[in-house]
Design a protein around this ligand. Structure first.
Ligand SMILES: [Zn+2]
Length: 302
């Protein structure tokens, strides 16, 4: 019962934060303030009444059109709201399933770890949806999102490691962590983040040697570091693999469309938003990472 209530609450909160994210996604690229003016139609400036601003419901009720000028409201709006709502509900459901297993004992370090993990997942999903849309619409992965996002992921990972090892090495006190163990773990994690970014830099450099043209952006390298900070190096590599497969499928789909045949040369220069695919890979990894890895190991015969 409490699990269901918390899940519904997290889902509704996610819809609200998704709605806020939509405002950011429309205004950041134009360098506009995200608080002022109030929500309005970007075509006719009609200011939205409160009931035109309810996540998901309003878009459906208005059938995706502005009430003032009837211009279309992109499907990105309900999709972003729905994505954050579902992902946050999923985070809450998983966390409370674990907490119920722990007997809802909120005093234990395992409970703290679970709550921090849930909060972390919610932040990560919000960031990845934001970056996915920004890269898709503007081919833009701003540093002021990827760099603080990487740092936050790294610090939360260290915190969780501290909570894990504190129950193992409890002679150092309830939350005391053996400093050497923590530094060793931190160093290992940083190397993973550098390796993830390095993979993109290596591809970028190889591409440049062959084609003498920039392929992947530096933003993609920072995004890989962010994924490794949150998901670890194996998680980031899995996100990368999933992203490449997805990107290839989309590229083949675009090639197969008759319109693009005529313009094959222009198509070769079209930049696919790799960052968007990496973000979707990262979200899939957050949701099903362990299952995908287990399936892979089974298929590989381990
Ligand atoms: Zn309008």
């Amino acid at each position: 019962m409490i699990r269901t209530l918390v899940t519904i609450f997290a889902g509704l909160l996610g819809l609200a934060f998704g709605s806020f994210l939509n405002v950011c996604l429309s205004r950041w690229p134009e360098s506009e303030s995200i608080v002022h003016p109030r929500s309005h139609c970007r075509d006719c400036d009609h200011t939205l009444a409160w009931w035109e601003n309810v996540p998901l419901v309003s878009w459906l009720a208005l059938r995706g059109r502005c009430r003032g000028c009837k211009s279309g409201i992109g499907w990105r709006y309900p999709l972003v709201e729905l994505a954050i709502g579902v992902l946050w509900a999923d985070s809450a459901w998983r966390a409370f399933s674990l907490l119920l297993d722990l007997g809802l004992d909120f005093g234990s370090s395992d409970a703290y770890k679970t709550l921090i993990f849930a909060l972390g997942s919610m932040i990560l999903y919000w960031l990845l949806v934001a970056l996915a849309v920004l890269d898709m619409e503007n081919l833009w992965l701003p540093d002021w999102l990827t760099l603080p996002g990487t740092l936050t992921g790294f610090l939360l990972t260290l915190l969780q490691f501290g909570l894990t090892s504190s129950s193992v090495f409890n002679k150092y006190g309830a939350f005391g962590v053996q400093p050497r163990l923590l530094s060793w773990f931190a160093l290992q994690w940083i190397l993973g983040m550098l390796a993830a970014a390095g993979l993109i830099l290596l591809i970028r450099w190889t591409y440049w040697l062959v084609r003498r043209r920039e392929g992947l952006g530096l933003g993609d390298a920072k995004l890989m570091a962010l994924l490794a900070a949150w998901l670890g190096l194996p998680g980031a590599l899995l996100a990368f693999a999933l992203g490449i497969v997805l990107g290839a499928v989309v590229a083949i789909g675009l090639l197969a469309a008759p319109r693009t045949y005529a313009d094959a040369a222009a198509w070769a220069l079209t930049k696919l938003p790799l960052g968007t695919f990496l973000c979707i890979g990262g979200i899939a990894c957050g949701l099903w990472g362990q299952q995908i890895m287990a399936m892979y190991l089974r298929l590989a015969g381990f």
